[in-house]
Design a protein around this ligand. Structure first.
Ligand code: ZN
Length: 332
């Protein structure tokens, strides 16, 4: 954690200012606090700083599958490591923001391993990113070399920052995994400054037959996240190889290959994956579909109502990259 974060972080219990109560390990050159404690100046609450990350929640709660997932696959969706534009493409298509965000204060709700954090930082914004899960460890590791980042572990329902100060808030790939989806959206809004903009995406509820993941999940849940991960790690790589071999068999081969339910074995050339990485991508996507405690897709008319009921202006709701995209501004 950097000391300048004290100007923005606030006690989630009483909104009081926080001070560095004790510092156990510090890197003076970067003004970084690696281990220490934050204390509320108003109430008696104290929050530890562990491995550079202030912790405002004692457990990962319903988000523990994401803690496992994003520490296991901490770099697979990070563009700067994978040398592709997977996250960049989604970030800019969803937000519609310019590539220069210098001078902007941005809050990211649900950062995972920090795939979008690095893009907001690259656009020169000052970024505050949090996650309920231990994914904050990966997000901090992936981004800690940049001076304008703060990563903290917190609940979306009790965000420990000052109200009314953020130019922009974004929350991507997160809301459907919260117990109260609309409530999680509403809890973001008090932190926008007047005129500030919020951008979210959320899975869309289909009108037809529910996707297979919803049928498979009750059978897999008893395995737990690690068990599901092991199962996928044992089955997906050989299925991938078998599918690849079948594609080389003339005529009937590709048709039989189509029955193996792991999606295509090719990918867009711009994504630049080796076969080994593509197998990892498939394990990650399957784990992401099968392991979350909550997965609550929404209807587009309900999402529009959230924005309108909250009194936001310049509202734009449309189908997009990951279901429904919503944008709106707090009146100036
Ligand atoms: Zn307090």
């Amino acid at each position: 954690m950097r000391r300048h974060a004290l100007n923005v972080l606030a006690c989630p219990a009483c909104e009081g200012a926080l001070r560095l109560n004790s510092v156990a390990s510090e890197n003076l050159a970067a003004c970084d606090v690696a281990e220490g404690e934050l204390a509320c100046e108003k109430c008696s609450a104290r929050y530890p700083i562990i491995r550079g990350v202030p912790r405002f929640v004692p457990t990962e709660s319903y988000a523990s599958s994401f803690g496992f997932q994003w520490n296991r696959f901490h770099q697979l969706q990070v563009d700067s490591v994978m040398h592709n534009d997977l996250s960049r493409d989604r970030f800019y298509k969803t937000t519609g923001w310019p590539t220069c965000l210098a001078g902007q204060l941005i809050l990211e709700a649900g950062c995972g391993a920090g795939r979008f954090t690095e893009l907001a930082l690259e656009a020169a914004a000052e970024v505050y990113s949090f996650d309920l899960s231990a994914a904050v460890e990966a997000a901090w590791r992936n981004n800690q070399d940049k001076p304008k980042v703060t990563v903290f572990q917190a609940s979306i329902y009790e965000i420990p920052v000052r109200k009314g100060i953020f130019d922009k808030i974004f929350c991507m790939g997160v809301l459907q995994h919260c117990p109260d989806v609309a409530g999680a959206f509403r809890s973001l809004l008090p932190f926008l400054r007047p005129g500030g903009e919020v951008v979210i995406d959320v899975y869309e509820k289909s009108n037809g037959f529910p996707p297979l993941k919803y049928l498979a999940r009750p059978f897999l849940r008893p395995l737990g996240t690690k068990g599901i991960y092991r199962l996928l790690s044992w089955t997906i790589p050989p299925a991938f190889e078998m599918k690849k071999a079948l594609h080389r068999v003339p005529a009937i081969g590709p048709r039989i290959a189509g029955l193996i339910p792991i999606g295509p074995i090719s990918h867009a050339p711009r994504l630049n994956y080796t076969d080994k990485e593509l197998k990892q991508v498939k394990i990650l996507s399957a784990l992401d579909m099968l392991s979350p405690v909550y997965d609550q897709p929404q209807r587009i008319e309900d999402v529009r109502k959230w924005f309108v009921d909250a009194g936001l202006v310049d509202v734009e709701i449309k189908r997009g990259y990951n279901g429904i995209n919503g944008k709106g501004k707090r009146p100036a």
